[in-house]
Design a protein around this ligand. Structure first.
Ligand code: PGA
Length: 250
């Protein structure tokens, strides 16, 4: 049985005050959704506060990005071992905003995935096609290529402690969600690509859906056979919405 994971990607949002309030709200309702694993991904600079506030709770946390390097002259970057100092369980790699706005190639993403694993952080590998790619009918080719870059570098066994997030770029922050059938189709494709190398492991890997997930559409999405949770952006900034999404996964 794959335990569902509902993860809040806060992106570059929040302040010390708003984050404290948001976590208070989530903590207040967390016991009602304990069947689901909850994770939050704050901006780096708030990790320390988040760690202190969530310490001892059932909610885990992670970072939105990491460097492919362990240390050195990389101004402005944050390395995996530093994230360990703040008790991170997870780290996002290859979010579409990193790929498109910051030029992260499939190879860079694969190296970040490797850097995370090397220090015991569970990578959440984000994959997904743009609207143009979907319209060209190359969704599976694009997602398959993004996944294969990691398989080539790290091998199938590396997915034993990783999570995948399928996030169609056209659905992120647009209010336009993939239908549950559209999402399920890609999730099944991803699982099949893993199963071609190791069917048992493939059946254990959690594949999250991301892209305009909210309380009102989460039930339908999370009911699909290969959708094991959600990576939530906008709606994760509202404790009630975030908890409603988690509830849908219980
Ligand atoms: P969204 O973002 O829920 O605001 O669409 C999802 C994501 O980018 O992870």
């Amino acid at each position: 049985m794959r335990r569902k994971l509902v993860a809040g990607n806060w992106k570059m949002n929040g302040s010390a005050g708003s984050i404290r309030e948001l976590l208070q709200g989530i903590l207040a309702g967390a016991s009602e959704v304990s069947a689901v694993e909850l994770a939050v991904f704050p901006p780096f600079v708030y990790l320390d506060r988040v760690a202190q506030q969530l310490e001892g709770s059932s909610i885990v946390w992670g970072a939105q990005n990491l460097s492919e390097h362990a240390s050195g002259a990389y101004t402005g970057e944050v390395a995996g071992p530093m994230l360990n100092d703040f008790g991170c369980a997870y780290v996002l790699v290859g979010h579409s905003e990193r790929r498109t706005l910051y030029g992260e190639s499939d190879q860079i993403v694969a190296r970040k995935f490797a850097a995370a694993r090397k220090v015991g952080l569970k990578p959440v590998l984000c994959v997904g096609e743009t609207l143009e790619e979907r319209e060209q009918g190359i969704t599976e080719a694009v997602v398959g290529r993004q996944l294969q870059a990691v398989l080539d570098l790290e091998g199938i066994s590396s997915f034993a402690d990783a999570v995948i997030a399928y996030e169609p770029v056209w659905a992120i922050g647009t209010g336009r969600t993939a239908t549950s059938a559209q999402a399920q189709e890609v999730h099944a494709f991803i699982r099949a690509q893993l199963a071609a190398q190791d069917p048992v492991l493939a059946s254990q890997v959690r594949i999250l859906y991301g892209g305009s997930v909210k309380g009102s559409n989460a039930g339908e999405l999370l009911a699909m056979a290969d959708i094991d949770g959600g990576l939530v952006g906008g709606a994760s900034l509202d404790a009630k919405e975030f908890l409603a999404i988690a509830k849908a996964g219980c």
